[in-house]
Design a protein around this ligand. Structure first.
Ligand SMILES: [Zn+2]
Length: 332
């Protein structure tokens, strides 16, 4: 259990540092939301281990350890040290405040318990409302309620969460559409190629290969991932061939929306929010018989058929920190 919490803390903090280094700020949606979730999960794991998260030195040490490992290769992280620490501290204060509001509000509510008990639907509304307006973690509310033997309507709560998510989903969709202008044909082809590379790396080196970042311009693309040893030249050639063979199979790229739970069950990979039940977009690269080659959570855009990608080449491999490799690639 402790091992699990420690893993969550270091893994999430590392990912959060990368996002902040890339210019992401905690927010209520999209990447900012992913960042906030990463920080929150590391905070809740810290609390579970009995760590005092109001202690600033704790974050300074954690962030220092990530920066110590990656800053020589990731200028963005080294240069953002103060920003990263300050974001962690701000988020931790917000989190502690939300917890304290939650505890107080529930104490007050429980003190006014009607003789015939609470209306379960109203309790659900309160759980959701406290989450919405003060960021009170729903797990905290559920914990407190359980300790006080107060029931709530789970279906009602799911409904409230779901309706809220649909609304945010619509908002982020229209935002995405307006951002499409910055995409071009080349970056779209490179993006689909990134998915093929991700898959090829996992096929060759195992499922513990984890994407740590990627960047695409019209000139080239890079893909950063966790791997200890350098990839041999022979294996680089193999990866390149593997990807080309896939491209030349003229696979179709299929877009589907589903709940995150369904996507996880399908085995979709990629960076995603951690809100249970959220509707996500999954891109599958598959043949005519429906055999799936790659399946990732992603916002797109992608080519319709791998044929459009053309010829894939790996330009170079770089070691970008302890346990972290980068492949730069292009299409011709
Ligand atoms: Zn993608």
């Amino acid at each position: 259990m402790n091992k699990n919490h420690n893993y969550i803390i270091s893994d999430h903090i590392r990912a959060a540092c990368f996002l902040i280094g890339d210019g992401v700020k905690p927010a209520g949606k999209q990447q900012g939301y992913v960042l906030r979730r990463l920080i929150r999960r590391s905070l809740s794991s810290s609390l579970a281990l009995g760590i005092d998260i109001s202690n600033l030195q704790y974050f300074i040490d954690l962030v220092d350890s990530v920066i110590g490992i990656y800053s020589s290769v990731y200028d963005e992280i080294g240069n953002s040290k103060e920003l990263i620490v300050s974001i962690f501290i701000q988020e931790s204060q917000k989190y502690l405040k939300a917890i304290s509001i939650g505890e107080k509000e529930w104490q007050k509510a429980i003190g006014q318990k009607p003789v015939d008990g609470f209306n379960e639907e109203l309790v659900s509304e309160k759980i959701f409302d406290m989450y919405q307006s003060h960021g009170v973690p729903m797990e905290l509310s559920e914990d407190i309620l359980e300790k006080n033997a107060i029931a709530f309507d789970e279906i009602k709560l799911d409904e409230l969460i779901h309706n809220h998510q649909n609304m945010s989903q619509e908002a982020s969709k229209s935002q995405f559409k307006s951002g499409l202008g910055e995409q071009n044909e080349k970056t779209t082809r490179l993006h689909t190629a990134t998915h093929l590379l991700h898959k090829a790396l996992r096929d060759m080196f195992g499922e513990n290969i984890r994407q740590m970042g990627s960047a695409i311009t019209s000139e080239k693309a890079r893909f950063d991932f966790t791997k200890d040893d350098r990839i041999s030249e022979e294996d680089i050639t193999k990866i390149q061939q593997k990807i080309q063979i896939t491209i030349d199979q003229y696979l179709t790229v299929d877009k589907r929306e589903m709940t995150e739970k369904e996507a996880r069950e399908l085995g979709a990979i990629g960076l995603f929010g951690e809100k249970y039940g959220e509707i996500v977009t999954v891109y599958s690269i598959q043949d005519n018989e429906g055999n799936i080659f790659s399946q990732e959570f992603c916002g797109g855009p992608h080519v319709k058929n791998t044929q459009e990608i053309g010829k894939f080449i790996i330009l170079r491999q770089k070691s970008v920190g302890q346990g972290l490799k980068r492949l730069e690639f292009d299409l011709i």
